[in-house]
Design a protein around this ligand. Sequence first.
Ligand code: FAD
Ligand code: FES
Ligand code: MG
Length: 290
Amino acid sequence: MRKRVLRMYRIVRKEVLNPAVKLMDIEAPRVAKSAKPGQFVILRIYEKGERIPLTIADYDPGKGTVTIVFQEVGKSTKLLGTLNEGDYIADFVGPLGNTMEVPKGAKKILGVGGGVGIPALYPKLKMLHQEGYRVEAILGGRSEEYVIFRKEMEAVCDKVYYATDDGTLGKKGFVTDVLKDVLENDKEVDFVITVGPVIMMKNVCKMTKEYNIPTIVSMNPLMVDGTGMCGACRIEVGGETKFVCMDGPIFDGHLVNFDLAMTRLNMFKKQEKISLELYEKEHGGGHHGR
Ligand code: FAD
Ligand code: FES
Ligand code: MG
């Protein structure tokens, strides 16, 4: 019997950005050709593996590569992190979802990013910078090493502010502490794009609502099929049910029900913990297998 060739997407670059976060360039020419800022891919490491949705952190249609940046939070992302340059993954489906649109007339755009949300902001800020918008960013994380993509962001932003929980980079505190200062002093910001932990996006939106500045967010609920069939990724936006895989991931942040989104994200915590414990018992948390 002929064996099916399953591993199709080559990892052409791997970088360790900090102890919890890795970057990979994946050879996926068709995805790279049609990708737009804000969109995501769903990958599977091996044929029977679980689907992992990840935001497109960059794309190079010339080289045919797509960049992903992922935090190792559980079984599947830890397994992905054990793969190396030259290894293949079975599935890499995309680009999926809608893109980040800036309203006509906006001139000064502020990006607010936290953790692995920072690379998700990057392609849009880069594009806006190339189009001549004034672009600034507030980036935050636990400590300096968790504020990734700084060099890339500084290259495409007119100004970058930082906030860290421990004060090792920029202001000690949250991105929202810096946001308050910026919005108080700069009346020209007319659009905000925020990507990061749900609690961060919730607080950013609460603040921009007070200042009446339109804001878009990128939602990251649990996804199972990614095709609008299973309902796993549903959220509430403006009182209506939306499927993030089909209607999102980008939404008007002032309309999203963040509290519901947070409850739903934690729905399978128990099962995820068991799955990770089994994986670590089998693999000692080290080399890769399946
Ligand atoms: P698990 O132990 O299974 O879960 C740990 C936590 O990860 C869960 O509590 C839940 O919060 C989340 N999670 C688990 N399974 C899924 C799933 N199927 N879909 C979504 N979230 C899940 N993470 C990044 O590090 N970088 C990104 O660029 C990124 N982009 C995303 C874009 C979208 C549109 C979505 C929906 C999610 C994105 N995520 C991203 C989250 C990432 O998909 C999850 O961290 C990953 O699937 C966790 O799998 P796991 O088995 O390692 O962890
Ligand atoms: Fe199943 Fe969106 S992931 S409906
Ligand atoms: Mg999992």
